[in-house]
Every structure is written in structure tokens, then in C-alpha cells.
Design a protein. Sequence first.
Length: 251
Amino acid sequence: MTENYTDINAKTVDGWVKEGWQWGVPMTHETFIAAQNGDWQMLLTPTKSVPRDWFLDDFHGKKVFGLAAGGGQQMPLLTALGAECTVLDYSPAQLESERKVAERENYDITIIRGDMTKPLPFADNTFDFIVHPVSNCYVEEVEPIWKECYRILKPGGRLIAGLDNGINYIVSDDEHQIVNSLPYNPLKQPELMASLDIADSGIQFSHTIEEQIRGQLKAGFTLVDVYEDTNGEGYLHELNIPSFWATQSVK
């Protein structure tokens, strides 16, 4: 494979957005206005809303960073609540959604195309709040990401993150059989890589609780709260088997 896997994944996500992917549908004008009026909710995982007490009491004047959070969903919401938002994503289509919402609603946002496997382009202690929807399943190593999040957050700043727990990677397409072992890493499993339709799935990775949650703790975070969520559809969802976590952590 000559092309970097993160470049492949950016193209894959662009394709999903064109097909109407849930996480690529930007916020409507009506939803933006409702958020300004106090009627809002945020998703980090498919079905469960983030608890209100995970958010700051007042976002006015606060600096918010959306890590791999393009798509015009979380950042418009927090802008409507008064935050000064910056978003980084590697998918041009996801960033275009951010631009469209900002232009429609006439607000400023800093939009950066960047690969989250690289050091983040910000000074230490820059942000008050970080939003990280489910997305680190598209990168091989997550612990460096937690270290970077800790570095760029101000003391007392919060990180809220959606995390894949790995269950989706062990099952067949219809989710009725266990067909793969963990960890799921196509870069280290040639037979798995050969079986992928990369244009359809990209190159994804399972991550352990040690990587996802202990990784945050090792970076210096204090874990404050956590919840589980399902896929929102499919056989695992019908059986109420959680496939995602969400965490709230504080520097």
C-alpha cells in the first residue's frame, strides 16, 4: 500500500458523506435557532444524547476544539451556545459541511484540514473544551491523541469523547457470527487487508479499554463519567449489545 491509510480513510469518509452518512448531515437552520433558544442535544455515539452536565454552564467566550468533528453537527451547536469554535478533520467533505453551516448562520469558525495522527497545531493550554466524536477507530494509535488533547486543554478543561469498543470488528456483516479476532488491524493482518473493500469501509482499527480509557488516564486526565451505546440498528442493537462508549474527562 503506497498511499497513507489516513488519506484513504479521508476519501472513504468523503464518499460516505455523499451517500448521506449520519455523521455527515449538517445541522439545519431550525435546529441552530432552537439551540440558541436552549432546545438542543448532542450525539457522540449513535443513539444516546450526551448528558447536559457534561457541558460547561456557560460557553460564551470559551474556546472549543472539535477533534475529527467535521460534519456541521457538534460545532454549530456549541457556536449557538456562544463558544468560539475550531474544528479539525481530514475529510474535505466534512469540512465543507462546516463551512456551509457557518456561512448560512453567519458565524466565524476556524476550520483546519489536519490528520489527527500528527501533533495538533496549537499551543499548550489553548482550549476550554474538546469534543471528539467516534473517529479514532480510523487511526492505528490512539494514546498519542490523548496526550495531545491533554496538552492543548487548559487546566480544568474538559474532553468529551465517543469511542468504539471493538465489538463491531469481530462480527460478520449481518452481525450473527463472530468471524474476526481482536485486535482488528488490517495493517498488521495481510489476509484481513486483502478481504476489505477499502472504498466502502476504509481501513479501521479496534482499540482496547487500555488504549481508550487507560490511555486518557495515562495522559493525565481524570475520568469523570462514562456511558455505553449501541449501533442504533442491526442485530447487535436488537440484542442491546453496546458497541460504543462515551467518556467525560477533565484536565
